[in-house]
Design a protein around this ligand. Structure first.
Ligand SMILES: *Cc1c(COP(=O)(O)O)cnc(C)c1O
Length: 419
């Protein structure tokens, strides 16, 4: 009975640890919670663009009807004369394009809406600070279309096209004026490079958005990679789950499932992006046996908040997308208004570990400048160190000494003791 009473006291204490989140999450809607409103906006957008419900399910329709003109955007969301002028002006300099689907996620009256901030051009992009290519991708390409920064894996960029051009894009320099898939002969050379480098066991197909390629081109590329015996796994990088879930067709899934082991990583940055359509697309891929991971980008005004990031990761697990990375924003020209301090990322991590499922805890990453690679950032849990013990701090800040030796010492109880 005493034990039960103790456990109940502890349980109350544990609940208290997340009381702030339990309150905050009510004010952070997911796309699924906003389903009724999103459906209404869809009807309005279809009317503006002259499309049918069947068109809405067709990713080609969305691509043909990408919003690239402020006069169209104005019919979908509420913009002042001044906003409209500014978007037109910035948009003439920096390319933009929003899939009708992604536009349907925007609150028409909120200029701080996370979907608006990620997709609509802003005069803050004129900022000339930062570097167009801080990752030096242009200097780490041993073969056409390839970036190689690690011993056993590399990326192939197959297109510069995307359904929506993220305002925070790290490859803004490559978006240019026109959509361009990588020419077939460059892909051939990339495949030849992989074939002749047997240490490459993991190939990431990315872009742009890799799923902008049609099914038959992707099928060809994956088949070529399947034929290289040292390529153990393949990964596809795509944001279509977020920006154009209609792209995840049954035909695509049937094709992809011929190419296992295949993984897909995507980029959800806000709980609002986790909609019923995104859930259905994730479900189709998961049923095709493809493990899904999320690579969020920490973005000021969008998700640099511990509660928002926690809710995002919870919503992702519900649709079977495993949080994989949170990237610290890079210092890319035109995106510096999204930058945050490292302390903010660390605070987010501090508030995940222990407070929620380990499955909901991604790795927080800073990309070292100069293309030197992804570097994990962790709150400090190891406080000090002596010859035979360490002192650590638990998720709720209990400091404990922990014995550190091989095997078993005589006369020393092998247990954690308060320091
Ligand atoms: C991110 C990245 C990878 C993959 O990194 P993982 O940590 O294995 O996910 C591989 N190559 C390049 C060039 C990258 O930028």
């Amino acid at each position: 009975m005493q034990n039960r009473a103790k456990a109940l006291r502890r349980a109350a204490e544990l609940r208290e640890r997340i009381s702030d989140y339990l309150k905050a999450r009510e004010t952070i809607p997911s796309g699924r919670e906003l389903a009724a409103e999103i459906r209404k906006r869809r009807t309005r957008i279809l009317k503006v663009l002259g499309g049918s419900e069947a068109d809405w399910d067709d990713w080609h329709w969305h691509m043909k009807n990408r919003i690239t003109d402020v006069s169209v955007l104005r019919q979908i969301i509420d913009l002042s004369e001044e906003d409209a002028r500014s978007i037109a002006e910035v948009g003439a300099k920096f390319r933009w394009s929003i899939s009708p689907y992604y536009a349907s996620l925007m609150d028409p009256n909120d200029r701080l809406d996370p979907v608006y901030l990620q997709s609509v051009p802003s005069s803050l992009e004129y900022d000339s600070k930062g570097d167009p290519d801080p990752m030096c991708e242009e200097e780490t390409s041993p073969a056409p279309a390839i970036t190689r920064r690690y011993p056993d894996r590399l990326i192939i960029k197959v297109t510069n096209q995307c359904p929506m051009y993220c305002r925070h894009c790290q490859r803004r320099r490559a978006i240019g004026e026109i959509d361009q898939h990588t020419p077939a002969e460059h892909l051939q050379e990339a495949i030849a490079y992989i074939r002749s480098n047997p240490e490459i066991r993991d190939v990431l197909i990315t872009g742009g958005d890799a799923l902008m390629l049609d099914d038959s081109t992707l099928d060809w590329l994956l088949t070529e990679l399947d034929r290289i015996s040292h390529v153990e796994i393949k990964r596809i990088g795509t944001r279509t789950l977020v920006t154009l879930p209609q792209r995840i067709t049954d035909d695509l899934c049937r094709m992809l499932e011929k190419h296992h082991p295949l993984y897909i990583n995507t980029q959800f940055n806000s709980p609002v992006e986790v909609t019923d359509e995104a859930a259905a697309a994730a479900d189709r891929l998961t049923r095709a046996g493809i493990p899904l991971g999320n690579q969020a980008v920490l973005l000021k005004g969008i998700n640099n908040n511990e509660h928002v990031m926690k809710k995002l990761n919870h919503e992702l697990l519900k649709i079977r997308v495993r949080p994989y990375y949170i990237f610290h924003p890079k210092c890319v020209t035109g995106t510096t208004h999204f930058r945050c301090r490292v302390e903010e990322g660390l605070q987010i991590m501090e508030n995940l570990r222990g407070y929620t499922s380990g499955l909901a805890v991604p790795t927080y990453i800073i990309n070292a400048p100069g293309g030197l690679g992804k570097t994990p950032m962790l709150p400090e849990y190891l406080i000090s160190w002596s010859n035979d013990s360490i002192t650590l701090r638990t998720w709720e800040n209990q400091v404990v000494r922990y014995p550190n030796y091989e095997g078993h010492l005589e006369n020393e109880a092998e247990q954690e003791e308060p320091a």
